[in-house]
Design a protein around this ligand. Structure first.
Ligand SMILES: Cc1cc2nc3c(=O)[nH]c(=O)nc-3n(C[C@H](O)[C@H](O)[C@H](O)COP(=O)(O)OP(=O)(O)OC[C@H]3O[C@@H](n4cnc5c(N)ncnc54)[C@H](O)[C@@H]3O)c2cc1C
Length: 288
């Protein structure tokens, strides 16, 4: 199928993009296009105007904010740029690993972190990483800019929290204090590359904290509470804590995988992601 006819605008500032969204009520934002364009071709959506964010330089790039001890990633930064960035690979391994496991090279060179979070597909990889790494999402609209923690952003569908005139401008990842490590594990659907189950884990020492989030296996990305005893690296302890943590999850069942299989995968991948995150935290060296 081909999409219905539409107009196209390529603003160069965030303000212009927001003004265009205000003027055109049936507009859609075009980022990497890898969710939007298939949906338009199938006529699931029929926007009459596409607002392409590609020319807005302020939405691209990865930079450290020393003052707030955080890493900022512009919404239009691609998965390939994220996966190859030195700071991301060294301090936010779960994010680098997840970005590298998305789709194929073409998807990784077009798809953006902003589009992945805004579209909020139940089987998107990055929402789990944003939850496990306690990211904050920056949003700009006509009258205000605001920030939202990932756990609030993903408490419902992104369309519930994002107004049609709002744009995600960046995603902020806090720097962990003390020893820390993270990891991402995924079993991909061989047809779509999306996770049948993906698990992001973070382990930090100051304070002692474990954060785990799962995607693909439940109706939306969900944080789970894994309470580990001190002997944290014992595989039996991790397996027992994981089993306790996932009992309340409602696993989805479809023609790719049953709920039982997704529960099994969640336990398995949580164990693997947590073990690697803890090992990284134990071997942590502050390179700055
Ligand atoms: C073959 C294939 C394989 C894929 N494999 C995976 C995979 O393994 N894992 C995975 O997670 N995803 C996968 N995807 C989805 C892909 O990652 C998409 O790129 C992503 O989900 C959407 O990002 P995008 O930049 O392409 O956004 P677009 O498709 O351009 O936009 C999608 C929607 O998000 C909104 N939007 C985009 N950017 C913003 C913004 N800055 N602010 C507010 N709203 C915005 C708009 O409403 C837009 O309509 C795959 C897609 C394909 C086609």
């Amino acid at each position: 199928m081909i999409p219905v006819p539409f107009d196209y605008a390529a603003p160069t500032t965030i303000g212009e993009a927001v003004a265009l969204l205000e003027r055109h009520t049936s507009a859609e934002i075009l980022a990497g296009g890898h969710n939007l364009l298939p949906a338009m071709r199938l006529r699931h959506i029929r926007p009459t105007m596409l607002i392409d964010l590609a020319r807005i330089g302020d939405l691209r790039g990865i930079w450290r904010d020393v003052r707030t001890r955080s890493l900022h990633i512009g919404a239009m930064t691609t998965y390939a740029e994220i996966a190859s960035h030195r700071d991301v690979r060294q301090s936010y391994a779960a994010l680098a690993e997840a970005a590298l496991k998305i789709g194929d090279p073409q998807v990784r060179h077009c798809g953006t972190i902003g589009g992945n979070l805004a579209y909020g597909a139940p089987d998107a990889d990055l929402p789990a990483v944003a939850l496990a790494l306690d990211a904050t999402i920056t949003i700009v609209g006509p009258n205000r800019s605001r920030t939202m923690r990932a756990d609030t952003f993903f408490s419902g569908a992104p369309s519930d929290v994002l107004a049609p005139t709002e744009i995600i401008t960046s995603v902020i990842f806090p720097e962990a204090i003390g020893r820390s490590g993270s990891a991402y594990e995924k079993l991909r659907n061989p047809a779509s590359f999306a996770p049948i189950c993906g698990v992001a884990a973070f382990a930090g020492s100051d304070p002692d904290i474990i954060r785990v989030a799962v995607t693909g296996a439940t109706a939306r990305a969900t944080r789970i509470q894994v309470a580990l005893p001190d002997a944290a690296l014992d595989p039996d302890d991790i397996a027992a804590a994981t089993e306790r943590a996932i009992t309340r999850l409602d696993f989805i069942s479809d023609h790719f995988a049953s709920a039982e299989y997704r529960a099994h995968l969640t336990a398995l991948l949580t164990g693997r992601a947590l073990s690697r995150a803890i090992q990284r935290a134990m071997a942590f060296e502050d390179y700055r």
